[in-house]
Design a protein around this ligand. Structure first.
Ligand code: XIL
Length: 457
């Protein structure tokens, strides 16, 4: 029997044929499966094997599945990360506007904590699986509801989520490389960055990801996303990672790894977030090649499969690592062996280095760029050091009457109305001579005008 989520209205499930199209153009290169010598004894579970290189290996799950003991045995033994297959989606945790229902997601988080697993959060905003009330909103009402959703959910789970899929599937399929039309997109092209800023303000410790499918190689859609991420990095929009769902068919694009690498080169982590592969002769080798691609990209920090065993898959072509009886499939062995072929810590997570702080004194300046909509705004503030390095800063900004700060990222705010002092946090106080750093805040009402004052500390 298939275990399927039934927790609420499910919209936007794509037909299987669409899922497969991303890999269609690629020629299958049969990998040579050489196992490199390893400095340590092979680990016997996926999580332990991935941890050898500082990575996680996760699975999507639903709280109702935890009571199946055969299922839970495999989940707990093999995986050191979980993601909610459905229970952290908008329809599930805000079924009525401003009335939140966190219990199913909380059960998953509690299970993860009890079993030493990290949690991926999926997903704050998506055109599909929205509650009915949100589907009926548009314009400013929808924008405000969406940002409120991001803030409330990310605040509820603050400190408990390793990485959030802040925005899911916002790009169109096909050759345009453009955004997907949706009710969220129609609130304005800046909805994605507003969501990331709100998520950062609500949970500064979580990695914030953009997540999508049919991005399994260098193609028009992945390039559209690449351009957005590059733009976000250039403008200081807080994005930390890109998720590649990797719902795969019977072939894998030959540039799968090169595509991950080009995103990593933008300065974001990459993660394989929803891996499943059509059954058939190539299943084990595609799983292996995806695993090896991640291992070969320093900033690929983990892999999640979209379910534990075939019986629980959303697909009907047995795409997972365990069969319905809980037996390990050949694909399981190919993934485990690939993970065991790499040793040593992940160079993306080196121990922090300490450098002595610069002397007190020095000068700084600050400038604000505003993104406003009717009733709200997001302010991005650039702090630039003068001709000497600084060890800390405070930026003083006066808000117009009626305006209030509702969230701040990369800074500490002294209050929310009138004149507000924004001071550096632990990691961004030091700015080299002539260098700069950014912080931001979101508010209701009209954003500030004029040039703020900056004081070096
Ligand atoms: C799927 C779930 O697996 C199904 O149970 C549900 O009916 C529909 O959604 N991309 C995503 C996931 O980001 O949230 C989807 O999950 C699969 C495709």
């Amino acid at each position: 029997m298939k275990l399927r989520a039934t927790g609420g209205r499910i919209a936007g499930l794509r037909p299987r044929t669409m899922l497969m199209s991303g890999a269609a153009a690629a020629a299958l290169l049969v990998s040579t499966a050489l196992i490199a010598p390893s400095a340590h004894a092979a680990a016997s579970t996926l999580g332990a094997a991935a941890a050898q290189s500082g990575r996680y290996f996760g699975a999507a799950t639903n709280s109702f599945q935890l009571s199946n003991s055969a299922y839970a045995t495999i989940l707990n033994r093999e995986f050191n990360s979980i993601v909610a297959e459905n229970e952290m989606k908008w329809y599930a945790n805000e079924p009525q506007q401003n009335s939140f229902s966190f219990s199913a997601g909380d059960r998953l988080v509690a299970h993860a904590r009890a079993n030493g697993m990290s949690v991926r959060g999926h997903t704050l905003l998506w055109h599909a699986q929205q509650p009915g009330w949100a589907q009926n909103l548009s314009g400013t009402a929808l924008r405000n509801a969406a940002i409120n959703h991001v803030t409330r959910v990310a605040t509820h789970y603050r400190g408990q989520i390793h990485s959030w899929d802040v925005v899911n599937e916002a790009f169109a399929d096909g050759g345009s490389g453009a955004r997907r039309d949706s009710n969220l997109q129609r609130t304005g092209n800046d909805w994605i960055e507003a969501a990331f800023r709100a998520a950062r303000a609500a949970d500064p410790g979580a990695k914030l990801c953009y997540n999508d499918y049919n991005t399994d190689g260098i193609n028009a859609k992945s390039t559209g996303i690449y351009n957005m991420v590059r733009d976000f990095k250039q403008r200081g929009v807080p994005i930390d990672c890109v998720g590649f769902q990797s719902h795969l068919g019977t072939t894998l694009a030959s540039d799968y790894q090169a595509n991950l690498q080009r995103f990593a080169d933008l300065g974001v982590d990459v993660q394989i977030t929803e891996l499943d592969v059509a059954q058939g002769a190539n299943q084990a080798s595609i799983y292996e090649r995806v695993t090896r691609a991640c291992l070969a990209v320093t900033r690929c920090t983990g892999i999640t499969v979209w379910g534990v065993w075939d019986a629980a898959s959303w697909r009907d072509d047995n795409p997972l690592l365990f069969d319905g009886n809980g037996n390990k499939k050949p694909a399981y062995t190919s993934v485990l062996n690939a993970l065991n072929s790499v040793s040593g810590p992940n160079p993306t997570n080196p121990p922090p280095t300490t450098t002595p702080p610069p002397p007190a004194g020095g000068a700084c300046s600050a400038s604000v760029s505003l993104n406003s909509w009717n009733g709200g705004f997001v302010a991005t503030v650039r702090v630039t050091a003068g001709s000497a390095a600084i060890r800390g800063w405070t930026v003083r900004i006066t808000l117009p009457g009626g305006a209030a700060v509702t969230g701040t990222w990369n800074a500490q705010a002294s209050g929310s109305t009138g004149t507000v002092n924004f001071s550096n946090v632990g990691y961004n106080g030091q700015v080299g001579a002539g260098g700069s750093t950014e912080f931001g805040f979101q508010g209701t009402g009209t954003g500030p005008s004029g040039t703020p004052t900056c004081t070096a500390t």
